[in-house]
Write a protein that binds this ligand. Structure first.
Ligand code: NDP
Length: 402
């Protein structure tokens, strides 16, 4: 029995709160708070398994968070607002004695840069107060780290090569939209790509390395090498890894729109003067684009996200592919959400359940791959994200098989 505060009532928040409400024996009291209370009320009105309370909060302000948390007294905060709010929410957790979980690492508003260093720096404070913070418990980051930990525990003595492959073969019917918060999504894609090889990070121009990858039940899709935050923690936590990369699919239509928007300056985060006030072009663009939750109703097709791994077991080469496919329509049927929000929100709920049932609970700040993957892997399928594996079959990357 635990009390949880969920912050953020967007695409992911909708999934997390609905999934948590069905686990009444674990999450016995739920408060959903966000910047716009009407969005919380709308989600809460669609939930019948238990009462979900709602509140308005600006999570950029620690005192506001503290007074809300002192009043409700949650055991855990699930942060599914934006990465900008990670540190303020962690500060409020420390001051109120509350555990913490999120799905995206901190980034400062004025620099498009995401790194774990700011949140890892909270380790001692969380450990001293006997609190736990679980970072990056969505799908990627999140399940991809748990898949890798599971592979290492059951199928490998050492992991040499890791490629995380992320495909969205869905169609939302809009000319251009992003599947999670547009500002965060565009900041991620327009920055330089980066991967880990032989002990160092290699930087590449944005979207300059790409190749077709064959996804289960979908077929080949052009996939682009990006920097993604779980690479940073996996390189730290998987001993001896030689190379770690992340690939994501984009349609030609998406790339064409993004290129034009970039060329005319609409993706910039530098403030400009507009009719007597300062505006940030990317924030203005976000206001024009559909919200991630608005894409859900008529979204067709599916996502496929997994880990392709090569390493050694008992002195022999081994390849391993573990993945999940998620249909957008199934997410709609289950929680009136779309597949990308769903694949993020379901693991956040299950990570919270792991913490609140004591299966994953120790003081400090951790990434998901630092815990025993087995209880999570055992349960994730029944919540809507079943996983599949292939052992010792050819994978997408030719150098795995040289
Ligand atoms: P949305 O834009 O749909 O939702 C964000 C929500 O946060 C909105 O309800 C917004 O309120 C609220 N919010 C923003 N600022 C504040 C604030 N200062 N105080 C309180 N609430 C605030 O985004 P998503 O739901 O798609 O994404 C949520 C998070 O999930 C993001 O951090 C994203 O990076 C992460 N994510 C992680 C993935 C993973 O696999 N690990 C994949 C996809 C997303 P308002 O409605 O008023 O603007």
């Amino acid at each position: 029995m635990s009390k949880i505060l969920i912050i953020g009532a967007g695409g992911v928040g909708n999934v997390v709160v609905k999934k948590c409400a069905r686990e009444k024996q674990v999450f016995s009291e739920i408060l959903l708070a966000s910047r716009t209370k009407s969005k919380c009320d709308k989600i809460a009105s669609e939930i019948h398994e238990q009462e979900v309370k709602t509140a308005q909060v600006d999570a950029d302000h620690v005192p506001e968070l503290i007074s809300l948390m002192r009043e409700f007294r949650p055991d855990l905060v699930i942060n599914v607002a934006l990465p900008y709010q990670d540190l303020t929410i962690m500060d409020a957790c420390l001051q109120t004695g509350t555990h913490y979980l999120d799905t995206a690492n901190y980034e400062p508003r004025d620099v498009a840069k995401f790194e774990y260093k700011w949140q890892w720096a909270y380790y001692d404070k969380f450990e001293k107060t006997g609190l736990m913070a679980l970072l990056g418990c969505g799908f990627d980051p999140g399940v991809t780290g748990i898949y890798t930990a599971y592979a290492l525990k059951h199928h490998f003595d050492t992991i040499d090569y890791l490629d995380i492959v992320d495909c969205n073969a869905g169609d939302h019917g809009k000319a251009f939209a992003t599947n999670f918060n547009p500002e965060i999504n565009i900041r991620e894609i327009t920055q330089k790509g980066k991967y880990w090889e032989n002990g160092k990070w290699i930087e590449i121009d944005p979207m300059s390395v790409h190749m077709p990858i064959d996804y289960p039940n979908i077929g080949p899709k052009e996939s682009y090498l990006l920097y993604h935050e779980e690479l940073e923690s996996l390189v730290k936590n998987i001993p001896g890894i030689k190379r770690a990369r992340f690939w994501m699919t984009f349609s030609q239509n998406y790339i064409n729109h993004l290129t034009v928007l970039q060329n005319v300056g609409m993706t910039s985060i530098e403030p400009i003067d507009f009719q007597g006030q300062k505006i940030i072009p990317l924030e203005f663009l976000k206001a024009l684009l559909p919200e991630p939750s608005d894409l859900a109703e008529n979204y067709t097709g599916e996502t496929s996200i997994g880990c392709q791994i090569k390493g050694k077991k008992d002195g022999e080469d081994r390849t391993y592919y573990v993945w999940n496919n998620c249909k957008h329509q199934d997410a709609w049927k289950d929680v009136r959400g779309q597949g990308v929000s769903y694949t993020t929100g379901v693991p956040a709920m299950l990570g919270a359940k792991m913490m609140m049932t004591g299966q994953w609970m120790k003081p400090g700040v951790f990434n998901v791959e630092e815990f025993d993957p087995d209880p999570f892997m055992k349960e994730i399928g029944k919540y809507g994200l079943p996983w599949f594996e292939r052992i010792d079959v050819p994978l997408a990357f030719r150098d795995y098989h040289d």
